[in-house]
Design a protein around this ligand. Structure first.
Ligand code: G3P
Ligand code: CA
Length: 301
């Protein structure tokens, strides 16, 4: 894990609906180092590759199963069996209230025919492609919302760790990085579930940035929001927080999320964003919706 890593965030999600097999196959062809899988359990305990515990912002669940929403008006992955989920069409992310597409310039909402799939099916796609192409692209699964799963009598971490073991992902050398926002759960994966995988602690708020010392006891890296690395811009030049250096001192790799060429709030170009964060802030890898652009940038620089 020494060179700078490209992590295909939800696949090639800048070009095809996130987390579809098509987005994963396209990402694979762009030759990133890793392809990401967000995981949520179905009613019958199948890990589904989907970003949210909800179905209604990336599928047509509201028209197929209109009477299956909860009191809050949302449709939950955990309320449907794997077979039932197969009846849904997946689409580009949209706001379920307004129906508006989240990224208007991406793949058109409602077009073509995409489906949900299991974690095992995606592992078999990536391992199959590794076999047929001779490449060695890794997986980067994220356990989503363990607390919510416990509330629904489910232990997602145990199920995912067992599947990884079964498919040959056992050590830090096995091209699998396991990530989670929940620090207690990631520590449990290391200590109680005795996983020897490369573990990344995701971070989303500033208090968590202060806890590097405790993360270093069980994790191998952190995944912060990239904005937590940016400090202030003075005389047209960005200054950085101490996060990357501090993490490196604790022996932690730093893989920030999410680099989007079509959402460049602070930067004048995607290249500027990558140049600053990879080479001036010295990050070790990054999640991107545009793996082709990051692979090309790192090859040139
Ligand atoms: O897991 C890294 C990054 O994907 C975290 O953000 O919300 O896209 O899962 P999210
Ligand atoms: Ca993720």
């Amino acid at each position: 894990m020494n060179s700078k890593l490209v992590i295909a965030h939800r696949g090639a999600s800048g070009y095809l609906p996130e987390h579809t097999m098509e987005a994963k196959a396209m990402a694979y062809a762009m030759k990133p180092d890793f392809i990401e899988q967000d995981l949520v359990l179905s009613k019958d305990d199948v890990p589904i590759v989907i970003h949210d515990i909800y179905l209604d912002d990336v599928t047509n669940v509201a028209s197929v199963y209109s009477n299956r929403k909860r009191k809050d008006g949302r449709y939950y992955v955990v309320d449907f069996t794997f077979d039932e989920l197969q009846c849904l069409k997946v689409t580009e992310r949209f706001n379920p209230k307004s129906g508006k597409q989240f990224y208007p310039k991406r793949f058109p909402k409602g077009k073509s025919n995409f489906k949900l799939h299991s974690f095992q099916q995606e592992i078999e796609l990536i391992q199959g492609l590794n076999y047929s192409t001779g490449n060695s692209i890794g997986i980067y699964p994220e356990i989503k919302n363990p607390e919510f799963h416990y509330e629904n009598q489910k232990d997602i971490a145990r199920i995912v760790v067992d599947i990884l073991f079964e498919y040959g992902y056992k050590t830090k050398e096995d091209k699998c990085i396991l990530q989670c926002f929940d620090a207690r759960e990631l520590e449990r994966i290391r200590i109680d579930l005795q996983s020897n995988l490369f573990l990344v602690q995701l971070i989303e708020n500033d208090e968590e940035v202060e806890k590097l010392y405790s993360y270093a006891k069980y994790a191998d890296g952190i995944g912060p929001w990239y904005k937590q690395i940016l400090d202030v811009k003075e005389n047209e030049k960005w200054k950085f927080t101490s996060l990357v250096n501090d993490a490196h001192e604790f022996g932690l790799k730093v893989h920030p999320y999410t680099f989007r060429a079509d959402q460049l709030s602070e930067f004048s170009s995607f290249e500027e964003m990558m140049q600053l964060l990879f080479y001036e802030a010295n990050i070790d890898g990054a999640f991107t919706d545009f793996p082709d652009k990051m692979v090309a940038f790192l090859k040139m620089s």
